[in-house]
Design a protein around this ligand. Structure first.
Ligand code: FAD
Length: 489
């Protein structure tokens, strides 16, 4: 039995601590906040419950896998249901489109709305699946930086078929080649935002993302997204992981090129293995100050961030569902603002998440809890006060126009999250949602590995390292770390 300390109780830290405890180690988690979950948390206001961060739940098998590893029945902790409507879309020209989970039904509806052959849509999805199947075991499920990864059969297979992965074209160009209708292109371009990238820069391989939504499906946990982190936290405690809250780690102790512990509130805490779930940039800048940082990796441009208005709305809208998108008219300009001008366009795409559609207790009777979000650049010192005032005005005008109702009159309460507060609450560099962006084809290789060659017994998990951001990948990073540690000690 080894003593392992984990820095941070984000979703990746929770995944890692449960797996390492299940391997029989003594595991202690040190968390700066007074709650677990990091970005995956929630709050209540005036009878409304809001999930604060993630709202889209895909690939529940990765959560299930953690309960299996811990040999505990998931149903005691966590339940979820599949959505039959994935997302409702509203376009400025008045088009509305309800994306169904069932592929055949989806293709049928898409064919009617966007004047495209059903087979074209089904073929796109099939290609999306091929890309996922070819690369998942290489890019996502293993450490990308161990030689054995490169030598596996799956890797070689993927490399040989690299042409069919559309790495040398952008997602937007790839979609424009497949679909004539610009609205359908916009629909598929949006998947770049699932890892905080631009469809006009991210490679065509990202057309595998729709596969996650349209093959594995989208789900809603009973009790909301917050139940993902809360159920894992409960499981971790039940199997004997020890948590220390309000315990910001100040330093990682290294002796003779080995991690030997951490410093918390000026006190040395020794350990055989240290796992950091903190963003990789503050890990190097604050916790490993005396060590050489991998500058090329740390200086990768960040993914987008988010500006969110949590609104208690005193009306119910039957045309809305759990996930709703109000598209901008000019998607290209919107992304040019986010990634090149580092600013927010006056006509942003607005995403509204309403958990009270599935969880009626999340809002008072006759009301809805609107999580209203736009993509914004990461924080590089913009005048957020002015951006927020302008965005609020533009969002209200846009949604009111498309829903034909003045929503400003319906806002009973409001809270706001912006890149600065995302950064200060979770230490995520520049408040980016997904670590570095995937705006170039080498991004996967430029993410920090899950270990450090020059410091033994130090491991990295979380959205800013391999395999990337988002709940499924963060859960996988915890798994990869636990497997690397099992092999190493
Ligand atoms: P984080 O959640 O960033 O947590 C890191 C933890 O480490 C924090 O609790 C922090 O306090 C702690 N910590 C850091 N440094 C220290 C230190 N020195 N000492 C002690 N503790 C420390 N993903 C999806 O899958 N679907 C979505 O719909 C989605 N939407 C999102 C919307 C928003 C608004 C946001 C913010 C994120 C969204 N994401 C989504 C991304 C997802 O939330 C993240 O990728 C994921 O939660 C990151 O988890 P993590 O384990 O890397 O760490």
């Amino acid at each position: 039995q080894h003593k392992i300390v984990i820095i941070g109780a984000g979703i990746a830290g929770l995944s890692a601590c449960i797996r390492l405890r299940s391997q029989g180690h003594k595991v202690e988690v040190y968390e700066a906040n007074d709650y677990p979950g990091g970005k995956l948390t929630a709050f209540e206001e005036k009878g409304y419950r809001f999930d604060m961060g993630p709202s889209l739940f895909t690939m529940p098998q990765f959560v299930e896998d953690i309960f299996k590893t811990a040999k505990k029945p998931i149903a005691h902790y966590f339940q979820y249901k599949k959505k039959s409507v994935v997302c409702n879309y509203f376009y400025e020209d008045g088009t509305t489109f309800s994306a169904r989970a069932d592929q055949q039904q989806f293709a049928k509806e898409a064919s009617k709305t966007f004047n495209v052959a059903e087979e074209t849509v089904l073929k796109y999805l099939e290609h999306s699946k091929t890309k996922y199947d070819l690369t998942a075991s290489l890019f996502l499920e293993k450490s990308l930086h161990k030689v054995s990864t490169y030598l596996s059969k799956d890797t070689l297979n993927a490399m040989f078929k690299v042409n069919s992965l559309d790495i040398n074209t952008t997602l937007a160009d790839y979609n424009a080649k497949v679909f004539k209708d610009e609205r359908l292109q916009q629909f598929y371009n949006r998947f770049a935002t699932y890892n905080g990238s631009s469809p006009y820069q991210t490679p065509g391989i990202m057309s595998m993302i729709p596969h996650l939504e349209q093959y594995f499906g989208t789900y809603i946990p009973k009790g909301g997204m917050h139940q993902i982190s809360m159920s894992l936290f409960q499981l971790a405690k039940d199997i004997g992981v020890k948590f220390h809250f309000n315990s910001k780690v100040e330093k990682i102790l290294v002796e003779k090129k080995r991690a030997v512990g951490i410093v918390v509130k000026g006190k040395d805490i020794s350990a055989d293995v240290v796992v950091t779930n903190s963003d990789v940039v503050p890990t190097y800048r604050h916790l490993l100050k005396e060590h050489k940082a991998p500058e090329k990796v740390l200086q990768q441009p960040r993914s987008s961030s988010a500006l969110i208005f949590y609104w208690g709305i005193t009306k119910q809208f039957p045309e809305l569902d759990l996930h709703n998108i109000f598209f901008s008219k000019d998607y290209k300009t919107e992304f040019d603002y986010i990634f090149n001008k580092k600013d927010v366009h006056h006509d942003p795409t607005v995403y509204i998440n309403i958990t009270s559609k599935d969880e009626p207790n999340d809002a008072p009777e006759g009301c809805e809890n609107w999580f209203t979000m736009i993509n914004v650049p990461s924080n590089t010192g913009q005048d957020w006060g002015t951006i927020i005032t302008e965005a609020r005005k533009n969002i209200i005008a846009k949604v009111s126009r498309l829903l034909k109702e003045d929503i400003s009159q319906l806002i009973q309460c409001e809270a706001i999250l912006d890149p600065r507060t995302i950064e200060s609450r979770t230490q995520s560099y520049q408040g980016a949602l997904y670590g570095a962006s995937s705006n170039n084809k080498y991004a996967a290789f430029l993410r920090h590995p899950n270990f450090k060659q020059s410091i033994k017994n130090l491991y990295f998990c979380g959205g800013s390292v391999h395999p990337g951001g988002g709940i499924p990948l963060c859960l996988l990073s915890g798994k990869i770390v636990s497997e690397l540690i099992e092999k190493a000690i």
